[in-house]
Design a protein around this ligand. Structure first.
Ligand code: PLP
Length: 354
């Protein structure tokens, strides 16, 4: 395959070399941690070591291994019948919360906390509730005020029946995450957006919460999630948790300044954002044209709009933010392997069609 310039880390990332080596070391071995023989005991040891490293990386005490972040998000929503979710959640929340109440976001891309209070005053005394708000948005990188969401939930928690969940998938490995300090009850993380493997995610929960299993069957993960664990991926996740380095915003600042010189706008420029994610609106060129041009030059970025049934639909998130020219939105997301030279080539290539 030809060398590509990969600027789509929020879709998935290349593995850190240490993670890849760790996985290769285990690949092909028979590793079922429920078996009591030596291979099984070895698998369990690997799994528990990884669990410890992941928990340490987010200052938490308990986690259930899942096969993906989508599964962990579905698991979270299965904990309650009364769901309140933000309008900008990932599809794995949005589409699995059929009867949910939506918490609006303002045009800055931040959850509307006054609207949340209003919704809770209408609903808090009825069903048990679960509030799910992501820590950082996958399309814009905008960070949400989760601690304030928790404070508000506590204020309305007279019946002690509100759980707060945060989807921290895009934040993990990119900004500091302290589960205890955030104060949430449940959290989803996975590592494949930042250099860990696909195939393992962590559903993190506070002490004392009785989880209802989402996948039922065998007694794995103390009866909380059935299914034989993916030990190689879990091991890779654990190595990631120990080895990752957070990106600094230098590349992002450079990229955005250069693109602004070309007349592009950066969504949420003045908001607190992930240091690796830039949602860029071109003043005149549709995303599809930019993507084709970039792709033919071996540069991978993603569109801010979704393609379905042959037509480009403006993203739900950008609609919420009332972004003008949302059809011209592309998402550039960087990571551990990105170099300044790659960013320069990307800018020059985009400039050629401007
Ligand atoms: N949550 C967020 C914020 C995401 O961006 C994604 C993937 O893009 C997911 C959840 C789901 O992750 P996965 O596809 O690994 O299950």
């Amino acid at each position: 395959m030809q060398e590509v310039i990969y600027l789509d880390y929020n879709a998935t990332a290349p593995m850190l070399p240490a993670v890849k080596d760790a996985i290769v070391e285990l690949a092909g071995r028979a590793l079922n941690p429920s078996s009591i023989h030596s291979s099984g005991r070895f698998a369990r040891k690997i799994m528990e070591e990884a669990r410890g490293k992941i928990l340490k990386s987010v200052n938490a005490k308990n986690l259930v291994f899942c096969g993906s972040a989508s599964e962990a998000n579905n698991f979270a929503l299965a904990q309650s019948a009364g769901l309140l979710i933000s309008a900008i959640e990932h599809e794995s929340i949005y589409k699995s919360a059929a009867d949910s109440v939506t918490i609006p976001v303002n045009t800055s891309g931040i959850i509307d906390l006054e609207a949340l209070k209003k919704l809770l005053s209408q609903t808090a005394t009825k069903n048990p509730q679960l509030i799910s708000v992501m820590l950082a948005n996958n399309e814009t990188g905008i960070i949400q005020p989760i601690k304030q969401v928790v404070e508000i939930a506590k204020e309305y928690n007279a019946n002690n029946n509100i759980l707060v969940h945060t989807d921290a998938v895009q934040a993990y490995g990119r900004i500091e995450i302290d589960f205890a300090d955030l104060g949430v009850d449940l959290m989803t993380v996975s590592s494949h957006k930042a250099g860990g493997p696909v195939g393992s995610a962590a559903f993190i929960y506070k002490n004392g919460i009785e989880l209802k299993p989402f996948i039922k069957g065998g007694g794995q993960e103390k009866n909380k999630r059935a299914g034989t664990e993916n030990i190689a991926a879990i091991h890779g996740f654990g190595v990631f948790a120990e080895k990752y380095q957070m990106p600094d915003a230098a590349f992002q600042n450079y990229l955005e300044e250069e693109l602004q010189k070309l007349g592009c706008e950066v969504v949420g420029k003045n908001e607190e954002r992930l240091p690796n994610t830039s949602c860029i609106i071109h003043p005149s060129i549709p995303a599809s044209t930019m993507l084709m041009h970039l792709d033919s030059n071996n540069i991978c970025v993603s569109s801010g709009s979704a393609c379905s049934s042959g037509k480009v639909e403006t993203s739900r998130v950008l609609q919420m933010l009332k972004v003008t020219n949302a059809q011209n939105a592309i998402r550039v997301s960087t990571g551990w392997g990105t170099t300044k030279k790659e960013i320069q080539t990307f800018i020059q290539t985009l400039d050629c069609i401007s």
